[in-house]
Design a protein around this ligand. Structure first.
Ligand code: ATP
Ligand code: MG
Length: 748
């Protein structure tokens, strides 16, 4: 492949970055300037031109969605075979890969499970309750995570305790660590920390790494920085891209200082800047820049729009949160109608400062029958019926998984009340064994339980034990004739009389729930096929695991292990969005945090009031401003900010201070019509990304009637010089809005 194809559609600064031969490269540039695009092309360049072997290249993205998109694109350049071999994923998925492969060097059992956010919270809640402490579970979790990311474990923390409050927290931290250990679980922080420990003590694990590339570097924390240094320790070939103005994870201990730290660690670091924005219309960009420039400590930066001015962003006040939501939904419907439904629902996004704001919006969408997907909402694997079955699989896979076991030992109900569960757990702790062992021994009368079990309870436990043991036999006994994962799930459904249970317990929506079960069966069936299991792992950006094929072919136990790891990873918020159907016609509702790096033709940011953004609990106002900036710069052609005069608690609100600064209002349309037909026409064809540009134009032509007095530019032909600017590659067809917005077009 020649450089022409690789470098097609890149400007000269981007090309320089793609082909640079320096060892350490920083590409720092504002939103929409093509950082991710450039990074992607660089990976392809290293493979196709520099003949680096893809399995020796590590690429870290911030979200699972970004990883997927990047892999897709690289596939376009270098083909499926090579793209598949890259180690491309989030820091967590790459760490998981190394731990599964080499974890035995640091004494890790290869069957360790992953505690997702919900598991962690549940454990913490339980410890707080047991010890009768007055700590909020969510906060305790964030604090534990903060300590871990500083490399301070619970015992070290205990030694530094000075106040009663700290002592209480230390107790939670200690209990939490013990619970994870007892269940052979690692949480998300542990994945990074253990991997870091592994690579520090066993440097040979990364001796083959030839290049490391990282997107969204401004949001890395110290642990991730260490991992970066460790991945690169043998050759020091690193490319990072980032934007200090978009650093929005300070609250999760991201360190913006990592940029300068990198420069002092590698003094020869070359920095390249990009100055053109290819994403947003001029008007959106100006408004966003005006907001970020309120931060006076920030060095001024050049950023030029490449698109025409387009429509001014809209800023609206509505009487209530309900009215705001209703207005927003009707705008979506109106724009679609105006564009002859050329814009799809998936071209719209509603971005929120906090997930809790989604309720009003969801209900308005529900009322209007507008399908939507929640990024980070109640997701597939969090749905009770799915979680329950997955928990059974977890216990079958690893009886030491106390967390999962306690959730299912009485599900469906079999007379094992919370008191019994507590007693069993206490006995397990005091005897230094797993809850499963205590249950098993009690049932088999090998041990006297602390509380005497009633006969019905003992029977209930015996039923539970029988299910798990039979499941294990299916999964692990060499003698059993090749049971598949689907067989195992079906076995559970039958044993648990699951469908009847659902009907009884959820008379209103058991059918929907059963559909979820069927979906899980479909996934289990996918997992039974090595190729499709790999595709699933890919989807969650879990890099290929060596020797997968032999292992899946030979053992259901290994399939189960991979299947469960995959589920834990997929539970990370943004992965859910994927699985619920990226291509389905749905509006996206997401937090701004989870929308990082992404773009949509039309973006709404509701609830722009003080207390929401900036958030009342946020410590750093500048970070809140950057968050608004990140949200606004996701929009390509149309941006709506809004504020209810009264919030959902019926309290009067004040417009966000960021929008009340002198001069800001000049950038917004506060009263006039929200959409002008000509601009909408431009909008409709500007940013359709998933079909070739020309096809979009053809569609647009047929759905937009010419005004008698105003013709299509150049008599129905598009100017060749404009055509030349278009990127015809499959997934990024952009047609300059100017072509349309300069012509006056009436719509049918
Ligand atoms: P963010 O900071 O938000 O992550 P980014 O700098 O990573 O943004 P990209 O997502 O890579 O920006 O690019 C933004 C949009 O601009 C994409 O749709 C991309 O295809 C397009 N783009 C980037 N560079 C060019 C270019 N040289 N010509 C045309 N379009 C481009
Ligand atoms: Mg990006």
């Amino acid at each position: 492949m020649d450089n022409g194809v690789l470098l097609h559609g890149l400007n000269s600064a981007q090309r320089d970055a793609v082909t640079s031969d320096v060892s350490v490269l920083q590409l720092l540039a504002p939103p929409g300037s093509g950082k991710t695009k450039t990074l992607t092309a660089r990976v392809a360049y290293l493979v196709a031109r520099k003949q680096l072997r893809p399995w020796n290249i590590i690429v870290c993205t911030f979200t699972v969605k970004a990883a997927k998109e990047m892999k897709e694109r690289i596939r376009g350049f270098v083909g499926d075979e090579l793209a598949k071999q890259l180690k491309l994923g989030t820091f967590h998925s790459i760490a998981l890969r190394y731990l599964k492969q080499y974890g035995h060097h640091i004494g890790l059992d290869k069957d360790f499970g992953i505690a997702d956010t919900n598991d962690s919270k549940a454990i913490i809640k339980r410890i707080i309750k047991q010890n009768d402490l007055s700590i909020e579970a969510g906060q305790a979790r964030a604090r534990i995570s903060a300590q871990k990311s500083k490399g301070i474990d619970s015992e070290q923390f205990l030694k530094t305790v000075k106040s009663v409050e700290q002592h209480d927290f230390a107790q939670v931290y200690l209990g939490y660590e013990q619970a994870l250990k007892a269940s052979n679980l690692l949480d998300y922080d542990d994945l990074l920390l253990r991997c870091s420990f592994l690579l520090r003590t066993h440097t040979q694990c990364v001796s083959n790494v030839e290049a490391l590339l990282i997107d969204e570097f401004q949001d890395t924390n110290n642990v991730q920085y260490d991992l970066m240094s460790l991945f690169a320790q043998h050759r020091n070939v690193i490319t990072i891209v980032g934007d200090p103005d978009q650093s929005i994870y300070g609250f999760r201990n991201a360190e913006i200082k990592n940029l300068s730290r990198m420069k002092s660690q590698w003094p020869d670091t070359l920095t390249i800047n990009l100055e053109e924005n290819y994403r947003s219309s001029g008007a959106i960009l100006h408004a966003a820049q005006h907001i970020i420039e309120q931060d006076e400590s920030r060095p001024p930066k050049k950023l030029q729009a490449t698109h025409s001015l387009g429509m001014r962003p809209v800023l609206r006040k509505l009487p209530s949160a309900e009215a705001e939501a209703g207005w927003l939904v009707s705008e979506i419907q109106r724009i679609r109608a105006l564009t002859g439904n050329l814009l799809r629902l998936s071209d719209f996004a509603v971005l929120l400062r906090s997930a809790a704001l989604s309720r009003a919006i969801e209900s308005a969408m529900g009322k209007a029958g507008v399908p939507y997907r929640m990024v980070g909402g109640n997701r597939f694997y969090d749905r009770i019926e799915v979680k329950l079955l997955v928990d059974y699989l977890r216990v079958i896979h690893q009886t030491g998984d106390n967390e999962a076991l306690e959730r299912i030992v009485n599900m469906p109900a079999r007379r094992v009340g919370p008191e019994t569960v507590r007693a069993l757990r206490e006995q397990a702790v005091s005897e230094g064994t797993s809850v499963w062992q205590v249950v098993l021994d009690s049932v088999q009368c090998r041990r006297r339980p602390i509380t005497k079990l009633t006969e019905p309870t003992r029977k209930g436990l015996a039923i539970f034990v029988d299910i798990v043991l039979t499941g294990q036999k299916k999964a692990y006994d060499e003698g059993t004739a090749r049971a598949s994962l689907v067989d195992l799930v079906n076995f559970l459904l039958k044993k648990l009389l699951f469908q009847d249970w659902l009907k009884k317990k959820y008379p209103d929506d058991h059918e929907v729930r059963w559909q979820n079960v069927e979906e899980l069966i479909a996934q289990a069936s996918d997992a039974s096929d090595p190729e499709r299991l790999q595709a699933m792992l890919d989807q969650n950006a879990l890099p290929e695991i060596d020797g997968l094929e032999q292992r899946t072919a030979s053992s259901l136990g290994d399939t189960l292990s991979l299947f469960l790891s995959n589920i834990s990873l997929a539970s990370s918020s943004e992965a859910k969005a994927e699985e619920e159907g990226e291509n389905v016609e749905q509006v996206t509702i997401s937090t701004i945090h989870a929308a990082k790096g992404l773009e949509w033709p039309v973006v709404f940011i509701p609830a722009c009031y003080d207390g929401s953004i900036p958030h009342s609990r946020a410590e750093d106002n500048d970070e809140e401003r950057r968050l608004l900036y990140v949200g606004m710069t996701r929009a390509q052609a149309s941006l709506y900010l809004s504020c209810p005069i009264k919030n959902t608690r019926r309290e009067e609100t004040a417009l966000s201070t960021f929008l009340l600064q002198p001069g800001v209002s000049a950038f917004f349309e506060e009263h006039g019509p929200t959409v002008e037909p000509s601009a909408v026409a431009g909008l409709a064809v500007t940013l359709r990304r998933d079909c070739p540009a020309l096809k979009v134009v053809e569609e647009a032509k047929s759905s937009i009637k010419r005004d008698e007095d105003n013709y299509w530019p150049l008599n129905g032909e598009f100017p060749p010089e404009e055509l030349a600017k278009w990127d015809h590659s499959k997934d990024s067809a952009t047609v300059p809005a100017a072509v349309f917005s300069t012509a006056s077009i009436t719509l049918q």
